[in-house]
Write a protein that binds this ligand. Structure first.
Ligand SMILES: [Fe+2]
Ligand SMILES: [Fe+2]
Length: 440
């Protein structure tokens, strides 16, 4: 037994109507400091003691006046069910002892006269039984209490988690909506921003849109991630935004006609473009791509004279797309797509990444906008349901009551097609919708 338990004091109660019997019983345990002995001369007196003290073992004589041992033990059992009960009985009273065992729940009987050692051993064993019973009850109650606590915590936790999940889901939904809205706003802002340059330079109308569509197509064919494709498309849309700072006289000339001073001014536009978008965190990556869109594969470009793979992939894509559109757009005298592709091919490995030509060739026909007035384009009338993104409107489109739906020269996209379809449904146009269509 551990020390702590050894020091535990256990009470035992002897009940006998003979004083000398009680004395000799008490004497047996006089040296045991762990045991305190109570004695009673009758069942009635014994019950009084039981009412006020925790008794581990009760040893009662069977034959007593007024209340027999069996009767006393039966009452004692009700008062203290955990205490171990032993009945003392004469040889002749075995039947009465059985009665005490049955009715009073006595643990055992000891016959008179008893053997001191046997009796002491029986009492000590009974104390151990009592201790184990108590310990067992204590542990069961502790387990029960802990279980209840755990259950309570579990329920609270579940409730908390549930509440938190609902809250998080709600917040997540709100954030997603906000995020989507921000993305849409940013896209609209980018389009508006890129239109600024095209407002000044009529020859580059829809240039940004076309370069963006071509770059997006090439980036997708390369298997780049959605965020990379988005960054490249955005950069392509804004690649010439730095031209806003260039004087008209420089802007409207061909690059090979520029004086050295004008050329110096012109070569600033990629860095100016990067600086213009840099304050917007979401456009910072695109800004890096804008900066390098005039670098050459052989290192003869500007502004940093980067070469080969040192030029960001997005910038290489924009450069090759930009060239194709500049060769094919801008009205009469410009090249057909096939001729323009041949020019780009001849510059592959010099000005452009040779790896990209194949992909440009694949996307050119499906993405490039029709070249207004070019040899491979003609004007056709389409029904609203036949409109496709990328086509250029060749005449102003008015509603039946004369409101302007789409201005001549605008490039169709999913949003303005939808607007046009709705406008057409409410107030059908009398003038029709005319667009440029490729012949070859
Ligand atoms: Fe440029
Ligand atoms: Fe450009």
């Amino acid at each position: 037994m551990p020390d702590k338990q050894k020091k535990e004091i256990f009470n035992i109660l002897f009940v006998d109507d003979e004083e000398n019997v009680l004395r000799s019983l008490k004497r047996l345990f006089i040296d045991d400091s762990n045991i305190e002995v109570f004695t009673a001369l009758s069942g009635k007196a014994g019950l009084e003691i039981l009412k006020n003290n925790d008794i581990a073992v009760i040893v009662s004589d069977q034959r007593m006046p007024e209340m027999s041992g069996a009767q006393f033990l039966e009452k004692a059992k009700r008062l203290q069910p955990d205490s171990v009960r032993i009945v003392l009985t004469g040889y002749a009273d075995v039947n009465a002892a059985m009665d005490a065992i049955n009715k009073g729940g006595a643990f055992k009987y000891i016959t008179k006269p008893w053997d001191d050692n046997d009796l002491m051993l029986s009492v000590l064993n009974s104390i151990e039984t009592y201790r184990l019973k108590k310990e067992n009850r204590r542990l069961s109650e502790l387990t029960k209490k802990q279980n209840e606590e755990l259950k309570k915590w579990n329920t609270e936790l579940e409730f908390y988690v549930q509440q938190h999940t609902v809250e998080l889901t709600k917040q997540n939904k709100e954030l997603n909506t906000l995020n989507e809205k921000l993305k849409t706003n940013l896209k609209e802002f980018i389009t508006a921003f890129s239109n600024l340059i095209e407002l000044r330079d009529k020859t580059v109308r829809s240039h940004s849109n076309t370069v963006a569509a071509l770059s997006e197509g090439i980036a997708e064919k390369l298997g780049l991630s959605k965020s990379e494709v988005d960054a490249i498309t955005t950069a392509a849309q804004l690649h010439d935004i730095g031209k806003i700072g260039i004087p008209d006289i420089v802007l409207f000339k061909n690059t090979d006609e520029l004086t050295p001073d004008e050329m110096e001014e012109y070569t600033k536009h990629p860095v100016r473009g990067q600086a213009a978008v840099d304050p917007v965190e979401e456009l910072r990556e695109a800004g890096m791509l804008i900066r390098s869109h005039h670098e050459w594969h052989d290192g003869n470009g500007f502004p940093d004279r980067l070469s080969g793979n040192k030029i960001p992939l997005g910038s290489r894509i924009i450069a090759i797309a930009d060239k194709l559109d500049r060769l094919t757009s801008g009205g009469a005298g410009k090249l057909s797509i096939e001729s323009a592709l041949n020019v780009v091919k001849s510059l592959s490995g010099i000005q452009f990444d040779p790896e990209l030509y194949g992909m440009l060739h694949e996307v050119a026909r499906e993405k490039i906008t029709i070249n207004v007035g070019a040899a491979d384009a003609m004007e056709v009338e389409l029904r609203p349901k036949d409109l496709m993104p990328g086509l250029i409107v060749s005449r102003d489109v008015m509603t039946g009551t004369g409101l302007l739906l789409l201005r001549k020269g605008m490039t169709l996209n999913e949003r303005n097609i939808e607007t046009m379809k709705r406008g057409y449904h409410i107030d059908p146009s009398k003038s029709g919708i005319f667009v440029w269509k490729r012949i070859k």
